[in-house]
Design a protein around this ligand. Structure first.
Ligand SMILES: Cc1ncc(COP(=O)(O)O)c(C=O)c1O
Length: 344
């Protein structure tokens, strides 16, 4: 274990696997289990832990440079890891107009954890993977910085998610997971055993995520691994869109099972899995595991709602927004947006 081994932070691993009683599943002879990745660590919940663990080991204490939108949970997780393990962090934040404004709560937390925030215009942000632009951005970080991509999904992140699949060995026949950049699904599927399969629920529209998952598996393992499929029907209009039906579903699920549901990813996956169960897609006797990849932020001070999602529209990123990034539905998941910004 090196000094930058996240296991120093005493994660709750393997994450708990909890059976829940849900009549929509039970009446079709299905078992529903919740894989509580949200309980792994308070500052690095769910797939944040899985994706960062091997990357931070590889960084070996060098400064870490990463990217995100103004509401990025990934930025927050990297900043928290830097504080907890004692390495420097730099966050390249999309939107140079933010530079002169008070920080939102999410970026305030990043800064409080010691992250240096560098705001860049959208064109530069979009070009961040071009070698020339990347070199310029690296100049904003201390020499020798280790780069973690937007959303944290790279080959090491995918390898880190393999353990999630392994923890489910023998316990479930099909495993539902939300898909944003594809890294979690790519690793999960690789870790599952024979006869098990992963069902990915993209939270973005566009139908491009299958290609992303294949590319990530190629980068991580040199080729395809495991059984996985995507069901593209449950993005609900696009990234950070929370329809009244989805909001009602999530509230009902919270009431039934006493569990706060993150809206932008987890709610869409649970909605999709429940719909598939009700469509009769799974034979009786199937054991379904739903991966709870994250938790909502703390409730707003009025305590009125369990998440920052606004029914009927985009999630509300101010205050206690639950998801990574609020932004236009056509956007890609790593590069969050401004609440009022529907242009790119
Ligand atoms: C809570 C939550 N669930 C699921 C995902 C999707 O993971 P991935 O981007 O690896 O597909 C994310 C994004 O990081 C997330 O924040």
């Amino acid at each position: 274990m090196n000094a930058f081994d996240l296991s120093r932070l005493r994660p709750r691993l393997p994450s708990p696997l909890e059976p829940v009683e849900d009549e929509r599943f039970a009446r079709r002879g299905l078992t529903l289990l919740l894989k509580r990745e949200d309980l792994i660590h308070p500052d690095l919940p769910g797939n944040k832990w899985r994706k960062l663990a091997l990357n931070l080991e590889a960084a070996e204490g060098r400064p870490v440079l990463t990217f995100g939108g103004a509401y990025s949970n990934h930025l927050r997780a990297v900043a928290a890891a830097g504080r907890l393990l004692g390495f420097a962090t730099v966050g390249i934040v999309r939107g140079d107009e933010l530079a002169g404004r008070p920080l939102n709560p999410s970026l305030t937390r990043c800064a409080a954890d010691g992250m240096r925030l560098e705001f860049v215009d959208r064109a530069t942000y979009r070009a961040k993977n071009d070698p020339a632009t990347r070199a310029l951005l690296l100049e904003r970080a201390p020499a020798g910085a280790y780069v973690v991509p937007e959303g944290g999904s790279n080959a090491l992140a995918v390898q880190g998610c393999v353990e999630l699949g392994r923890e489910l060995a023998g316990a479930a026949d099909a495993v539902g997971v939300a898909v944003g950049t594809g890294g979690t699904l790519a690793g999960l599927a690789a870790g599952l055993g024979p006869g098990q399969r992963a069902l990915g629920f993209p939270v973005l529209k566009g139908g491009f995520l299958g290609e992303e998952v294949r590319a990530l598996q190629e980068a991580a393992f040199g080729g395809p691994r495991g059984e996985w499929t995507l069901d593209e029907r449950f993005h609900g209009g696009g990234y950070a869109r929370v329809s009244p039906a989805l909001e009602a579903f999530a509230r009902d699920f919270e009431a039934r099972h006493g569990l706060a549901i993150e809206r932008l990813y987890v709610a869409k996956m649970l909605y999709g899995l429940t719909a598939l169960a009700e469509e009769g897609v799974f034979p009786a006797g199937t054991r379904l595991a739903a991966v709870i990849t994250g938790a909502p932020d703390a409730p707003p001070s009025d305590g009125a709602r369990p998440s920052g999602a606004s029914p009927g529209g985009r999630a509300r990123p101010s205050g206690a927004s639950p998801g990574d990034r609020a932004r236009p539905s056509s956007a890609s998941p790593g590069d969050g947006g401004q609440p009022a910004d529907s242009s790119r």
